[in-house]
Design a binder for this molecule. Structure first.
Ligand code: BES
Ligand code: MN
Ligand code: ZN
Length: 498
């Protein structure tokens, strides 16, 4: 369950919740709520600031216990950095750090005053939505595959109220409503991403999609089986699936929120439930991270969930090719030639460049819906991680207007993307002596040549590709799926909704 988000009207000193969160700038500048707590506590906060215990530095969040003269037993002081340098990123960091502290405390709820902080060029609705989503991101815990715990007595953090906001304000209420829907989508995507591949296989993803359809009026789900895909001529997708005992599924989820003739937005997500590399086997170290290779699928499903929860007034189709990439005696091989649904033949030079091979058939299939726009999300290339690191998703499109819209949504939701070119100059890297196109483009510009490969299958449709290889999960032994790019995609759909 996502956190419960509400608006509160309490004065900082009167908060009855187990914790109150206030902001503090560097150089001893108190926010209004911090000043109020200081005043009511006889200068307790200023004394800690003077003593250097509480600094207001960016990235700090400290808990003060038992401050006299105020209601809440805990005050979390979030560092905002220098007041004149405060921007959206610094604000976001303070939200994240204070939420991290909150979830470590034995409390069920908190009241936050961070929405009162002025952030240049951002309104109250943005601050609330951002604060709510940052809190929910921190509050999420993955528990599904641990031995079930005895009913634990430690309270779970499950609600946050925002104060210092005009109560009953329609835009603020709307912001929290949207935040709840987006947070639900993010949680869905994270959970699906975090599950191991022996649970989250293609059939599991298909079952999740069917569950969504069963639980929401106006949503339909169709799952294409191997035989259906054979009839459609999806030789590229089917080639990838051949080495796995888990049969491939192609999930098609539809939401009708506008007139039947209105062109739909189509989201396509890479759903490789495990990427061993196939015959071009990956090295052992780090291979476990390839359970996250379905995070594009999880992301578009999460965005779909947010959109239908908000009952957006648009038509939406979500297409997920769900396939496992494994090596066995029946697996596809380097040098195989596959015939895609579009008719284009593909020379497989590396079975580890499988994402583009399932996406190309999904993109061809997408065109039967006469889309307004197609957006795909995929953990497509290690090269994208080299280029942009773990902070930005790679955005590729030839459509400048679409690029601008998506970049803006990324900036707004702090789920940022950065554009890479899709110039035709790169296309020659995909030439093959034996087929219409090769599935790899050589050592340079790997993220872009992957995008160029996909571009050959969209036939002039308005289309954008998000490479989320760096952003979809956190690195390391305990690294979790992030739920990206659900916020970006959900915001894009919200902005398009009539
Ligand atoms: N799923 C991987 C991409 C990936 C790698 C994502 C590492 C995140 C971290 C993809 O299927 C893949 O293996 N790509 C190859 C392409 C290459 C063979 C042209 C890659 O990036 O090495
Ligand atoms: Mn691969
Ligand atoms: Zn992959």
């Amino acid at each position: 369950m996502t956190l419960k988000f509400t608006l509160a009207a309490d004065a900082p000193e009167a908060v009855a919740a187990p914790a109150v969160v206030v902001g503090l700038y560097e150089d001893r500048v108190l926010t209004p709520a911090a000043a109020r707590i200081d005043e009511k506590s006889g200068g307790a906060l200023k004394r800690l600031v003077e003593g250097g215990d509480v600094t207001g530095k960016p990235g700090t969040a400290v808990v003060l216990f038992g401050i006299g003269g105020i209601g809440a037993p805990r005050v979390v002081v979030a560092g905002l950095g220098e007041q004149k340098k405060l921007d959206a990123a610094a604000y976001h960091r303070a939200l994240t750090e204070s939420a991290r502290v909150l979830k470590g405390l034995p409390i069920e709820s908190a009241v936050s005053y961070l929405a009162e902080v002025d952030v240049p060029n951002r309104d109250m609705a943005w601050k609330l939505r951002t604060a709510a989503l940052a809190a929910d991101l921190q509050a999420y815990r993955y528990t599904s595959t641990f031995k079930p715990k005895e009913k634990s007595k430690t309270p779970q953090f499950d609600a946050i109220a925002f104060a210092g906001v005009k109560a009953g304000d329609a835009a603020s209420e709307r912001a929290l409503h949207e935040a709840t829907a987006i947070a639900n989508g993010v949680r869905f995507a994270r959970e699906l991403g975090n599950l191991p591949p022996n649970i989250c296989n293609p059939a599991y993803i298909a079952a999740q999609a069917q569950k969504i359809a069963g639980e929401h009026a106006g949503v339909t789900c169709e799952v294409l089986e191997r035989e259906d895909m054979q009839k459609l001529g999806m030789g590229s997708l089917l080639g990838v699936s051949r080495g796995s005992d888990n049969p491939p599924k192609l999930v098609v989820l539809k939401w009708q929120g506008a007139g039947a003739k209105t062109r739909p937005y189509v989201l396509v997500g890479k759903g490789i439930t495990f990427d061993s590399g196939g015959i071009s086997l990956k090295p052992g170290a780090g291979m476990e991270e390839m359970k996250f290779d379905m995070c594009g699928a999880a992301g578009v499903l999460g965005a779909f969930l947010a959109a239908i929860e908000l009952k957006l007034k648009l038509n939406l189709v979500c297409i997920v090719p769900a396939v496992e990439n494994m090596p066995d005696g029946n697996a596809y091989r380097p040098s195989d030639i596959l015939t895609s649904m579009s008719g284009l033949t593909i020379e497989v030079l590396n079975t580890d460049a499988e994402g583009r091979l399932i996406l190309c058939d999904a993109l061809t299939y997408a065109q039967r819906f006469e889309p307004e726009v197609i957006i795909d999300a995929a953990t497509l290339t290690g090269a994208c991680v080299v280029a942009l690191g773990k902070h930005a998703s790679g955005l590729m499109t030839k459509d400048d207007e679409l690029a601008e819209q998506l970049l803006k949504c990324g900036n707004e939701t702090m789920d940022r993307a950065w554009r890479l070119p899709l110039w035709d100059d790169y296309q020659q890297q995909l030439e093959s002596g034996f087929a219409d196109v090769a599935n790899i483009g050589g050592k340079y510009a790997g993220a872009i040549t992957a995008g160029c490969f996909l571009s050959r299958f969209v036939n002039g449709c308005r289309w954008a590709h998000l490479d989320i290889a760096g952003t979809a999960w956190e690195e390391g032994r305990k690294g979790l799926a992030t739920g990206r790019p659900v916020p970006l995609l959900a915001q894009y759909l919200i902005d398009r909704s009539a």
